[in-house]
Ligand binder design. Structure first.
Ligand code: TYD
Length: 140
């Protein structure tokens, strides 16, 4: 089981209305970082895996805006899986957490709110390298 400092679910408020529901996500009250970038993953073919990397400095909030998928997280000495299927829940993922996103349902839309601009140098794409770097963190 991952420590909550690595990843946790944030429940958002929904403003229910006969015209439809509304959810807002705001820095401070629900979001632990200022959003510099948002991107979304969609049209994912059955069986595809997204992610498969960790970030050195980037923190993220991952939301299933539509449909469902599973986020597998790994910090070297602990692993957790989160099934996301509700736009009122977000998965916060801290720095130095390996993630894979799998089992996208047909039509699923994965929204990612990110604390940093896109920077290819912030990625760790080798799982072996990631585990080596995590070892020193886990031993503290
Ligand atoms: P990648 O991070 O590999 O996607 P995944 O979320 O599955 O790990 O990104 C796929 C491609 O998109 C890669 O060429 C980098 C590019 N990209 C951007 O240009 N900007 C972005 O904000 C992101 C997340 C990716």
């Amino acid at each position: 089981m991952l420590k909550t400092s690595s990843a946790y679910i944030i429940n958002f408020e929904a403003i229910m209305d006969p015209r439809g529901d509304l959810t807002s996500i705001e820095y401070g009250s629900t979001l632990p970082f200022i959003v510099k970038r948002a991107y979304y993953i969609y049209n994912v073919p059955a069986g595809a895996t997204r992610g498969s990397h960790a970030h050195k400095n980037l923190r993220q909030l991952i939301i299933a805006m539509s449909g469902s998928f599973t986020v597998n997280l790994d910090v070297g000495d602990a692993q957790n899986s989160f099934f996301l299927n509700n736009p009122r829940k977000g998965l916060f993922v801290n720095t130095m957490v390996w993630r894979e996103i799998v089992d996208f349902s047909q039509g699923a839309v994965c929204l990612v709110l990110a604390s940093e601009n896109y920077d290819p140098d912030d990625y760790i794409r080798s799982h072996e390298l990631f585990l080596n770097q995590r070892k020193s963190i886990n031993s503290i």
